[in-house]
Design a protein around this ligand. Structure first.
Ligand SMILES: C[S@@+](CC[C@H](N)C(=O)[O-])C[C@H]1O[C@@H](n2cnc3c(N)ncnc32)[C@H](O)[C@@H]1O
Length: 269
């Protein structure tokens, strides 16, 4: 076993890469457990309390062993891609921070804090210009007030996909695979995606009406130029909040060939 708290996964075919360290199983909240958030507008105190919690969680996440392992991979991979800029961050499927079940609320709050810490704290995406984007049909008034206070832009389904540029960090923490492959990933090529592991293996459950062949094709296309890195360190607060997530980096070769094309375009102009 590797001594590093992560493993790089080498693709079996073409250019992706894949390795396994310790098996991690995604803990996915069943859709039935997702309650409808309250339609009442939240009090300013609620929003203030949530802001404090998110800020505290961000600090805690950054200092955790899991956060440190993730930061180490980010800096290693970014050093290998000096031209890569992260101009935008998109999070799809966070869940509502006002869900009835405290354990589920807790998951969404920690995942939100981690998303902001990675996007803004570690990758330097600017939060005030509409470049930090979230989408989840489960968001209610409490979530929207919190996002407004944080300077995070909320978009309606299916607008998030349009926001996923090449210079993007895309986070989809335990989003249903069918949603991911049918309405988020098609046609996108973000520099970094963090979501459920083993995308290449297509372990996702399709919906009854899903076009499984199309889902496979989207996963295949997406993985064709990706390197998967699994964080094997556990999050001390609750390992289930992030266990089973992988990082998928756009391959170096792809960025290099893109840079070559850009350079020759500049040379000829
Ligand atoms: C399995 S839950 C995961 C929630 C949370 N991330 C967690 O780990 O507990 C999937 C989430 O995806 C959301 N979702 C479903 N379709 C979506 C879509 N098209 N865009 C964004 N989110 C979606 C659901 O509302 C739900 O909150």
């Amino acid at each position: 076993m590797s001594e590093e708290p992560w493993t790089t996964v080498t693709p079996r075919k073409s250019r992706s890469k894949r390795t396994h360290a310790k098996p991690a199983t995604a803990t996915i909240a069943p859709p039935t457990a997702l309650s409808t958030p309250s339609p009442r507008p939240p009090s300013p105190t609620t929003t203030q309390q949530l802001l404090v919690t998110v800020a505290t969680h961000r600090t805690h996440f950054a200092r955790s062993a899991y956060g440190a392992a993730l930061a180490a991979v980010l800096s290693r991979e970014r050093a290998r891609r000096p031209g890569t800029v992260f101009a935008r961050a998109v999070c799809v499927g966070l869940g509502s921070v006002a869900r009835d079940e405290p354990a589920l609320r807790r998951r969404s709050l920690w995942q939100l804090a981690a998303f902001l810490e990675v996007a803004v704290g570690m990758l330097g995406v600017c939060c005030s210009g509409g470049d930090v984007v979230v989408q989840d049909p489960a968001f209610g008034a409490v979530d929207c007030a919190l996002f407004e206070a944080l300077g995070v832009r909320v978009v309606r389904v299916p607008r998030a996909r349009e926001c996923v540029s090449r210079e993007c960090f895309l986070f989809a923490p335990f989003l249903e695979g069918a949603v991911l492959l049918e309405s988020v990933l098609p046609g996108t090529d973000p520099a970094l995606y963090i979501g459920c592991e083993d995308l290449a293996e297509m372990k996702y459950q399709p919906f009854p009406e899903s076009n499984v062949e199309r889902m496979r094709e989207v996963a295949r296309e997406f993985m064709a130029n990706r390197t998967e890195v699994k964080i094997t360190e556990e999050f001390e607060v609750d390992k289930h909040i992030f266990a089973g997530l992988s990082m998928y980096w756009r391959s170096l070769e792809d960025d290099e060939s893109k840079e070559t094309i850009d350079d020759s375009a500049n040379d000829s102009s």
